[in-house]
Design a protein around this ligand. Structure first.
Ligand code: F0G
Length: 477
């Protein structure tokens, strides 16, 4: 544990002196200055972290400081649900921070969904990240990446996306005017709500004839060959911002860590950021216990589940079995296996943050599960009926918590937080189809995802424009 007794007197040192980027593989450990822009470690190709010299930084004695800031939110840095925790992501000078008021989200106790999962009352909390300005958790990370882009003077930025990253990047670019945004999306692969955002916010939108994995491969290459700044979660400054989701969860629980955090897994940025957040808080002596993190794949995009639960892949102190990963992908290519799930946000077979997610699993005694799309849509309807609603990928967390309860991994009395990553209105097609299609139409539209039944459908009732007919329906309520 790092000793924090000797906090610096007077002006804190500049961020450039106390923060740097570093390769996450301990055997390499190459370090880079903040002002550098690297997709990966230039020496060995592994992922990069943002690390801090905590002993030289003014880390607060306790977490109550962050509660105080919440009350005085006229300062944009205090208003932001990310930057009011700035001592915990101290890589930027305040005048470089680019915020659009992200992170005003809620943690809500939701007993109706607790019952569905099989938890006792008051044991389940839903973290509604759909309440962010662009309607998903991505804004937490985008403010981090935009701040770094501002520090390095980027004029153009790009991302590949299943729809939410592109919406967030487009929004930040439009509001801030800092840079021009180019977004790469799989053609026909993103939900309409999200596509409408990228277009309306004015981003240059490239519809690649392929899926997210193809778009992700292309955007990395484009950013390497041009001066476009990469805004995907490969960017370690994105993940610094996403740590704040966990700070707000802890704050919502009066700084008492829950037993479980359950999060959907796609490109594995969130799960990576959450593990780093908890490891740092624990190391700094600010929390005494680390929650277990459960990462939930869709069964149609289950690379992490297969690698961890079937191939036995582990972080292993940084000695990841890269040959096993290469063999896995080679077989996937040989079988022409593409990700396919109605939870289009997590339709990803080559998660770029795989390494960091493995590190989270090790640091938090975490688990991985895959859930079928039918269970995801049922869980989504339960969230909608009892809470603020969410998009399909988000409900993977609730479906996953239910599975882990059934398996006895999560206990009925344990305190569980499910992260709801995106807003209900992102994907109206999935919602309206689930609630309104008859069985034949459901099979026709969603059958390829294995959805045969909509157990919690709330069907609209067709009725004639006739008062008697309407009254007959009302009387039957
Ligand atoms: N939930 C939603 C609503 C998402 O949009 C994403 C990822 C995830 C979960 C998975 O999060 O990547 O951190 O594991 N969406 C990315 C995008 C890929 O392009 O919008 P992750």
């Amino acid at each position: 544990m790092i000793r924090l007794s000797s906090l610096s007197q007077g002006r804190p040192p500049a961020a450039s002196e106390t923060a740097h980027q570093q390769c996450i593989r301990p055997a390499c450990g190459a370090a880079y200055e903040l002002k550098n822009v690297h997709q990966r470690c230039a020496k060995c190709g592994a992922l990069l972290d943002v690390l801090y010299d905590w002993e030289r930084l003014p880390v607060p004695d306790g977490l109550a400081l962050f509660d105080e800031r919440r009350a005085s939110s006229r300062d944009p840095l205090d208003y932001s649900g990310v930057w009011r925790f700035r001592e915990l992501l101290p890589f930027a000078e305040p005048d470089k921070v680019l915020t659009i008021g992200e992170g005003q989200t809620q943690l809500r106790r939701t007993d109706g969904v607790a019952a569905y999962i099989g938890l006792d009352p008051a044991r389940l909390f839903l973290q509604y990240e759909g309440l962010n300005p662009s309607g998903s958790f991505k804004d937490n990370g985008m403010t981090g990446a935009f701040t770094h882009a501002n520090m390095v003077g980027a004029r153009y930025a790009a991302c590949a996306s299943t729809g939410n990253t592109s919406a967030s990047l487009a929004l930040f670019a439009g509001v801030s005017g800092l840079l021009k945004a180019v977004v790469f999306v799989g053609s026909g692969k993103i939900a309409y709500g999200k596509l409408s955002q990228a277009l309306d916010y004015g981003a240059t939108t490239l519809q690649i004839a392929g899926d997210f994995d193809d778009a992700m491969r292309q955007v990395q290459e484009v950013c390497l060959q041009t001066n476009l700044y990469l805004m995907n979660s490969l960017n370690p400054f994105r993940l610094e911002g996403q740590k704040a989701i966990m700070y707000r969860v802890l704050e919502g629980l009066n700084w008492e860590p829950p037993d479980w955090i359950v999060v959907p897994g796609g490109n594995l940025g969130n799960s990576s950021a959450f593990g780093k957040a908890f490891s740092e808080l624990h190391c700094l002596g600010l929390i005494s216990r680390i929650p277990r993190v459960a990462i939930i794949n869709s069964a149609g995009a289950d690379t992490l589940d297969r690698l961890v639960n079937h191939a036995g892949l582990r972080w292993n102190g940084g000695n990841v079995d890269d040959a096993a990963i290469r063999a896995f992908y080679a077989q996937m290519d040989a079988e022409k296996r593409k990700a396919r799930t109605i939870a289009s946000a997590i339709e990803i077979n080559r998660p770029v943050n795989l390494d960091k997610a493995l590190r989270t699993l090790e640091a938090t005694d975490g688990v991985v599960r895959a859930v079928p799309d039918e269970a995801i849509l049922d869980a989504k309807a339960m969230v909608g009926a009892h809470g603020f609603g969410c998009e399909p990928a988000s409900a993977a967390s609730v479906a996953g918590a239910r599975l882990l309860r059934e398996q006895g991994v999560i206990g009925r009395g344990e305190r569980v937080v499910c992260i709801l990553t995106g807003h209900l209105l992102k994907d109206p097609h999935a919602t309206v189809g689930y609630h309104s299609y008859d069985e034949a139409k459901l099979r026709e539209e969603f059958g390829e995802f294995g959805v045969a039944q909509a157990r919690h459908a709330n069907k609209p009732i067709p009725v004639a424009d006739d008062i008697e007919a309407i009254l007959r329906v009302i009387k039957d309520l």
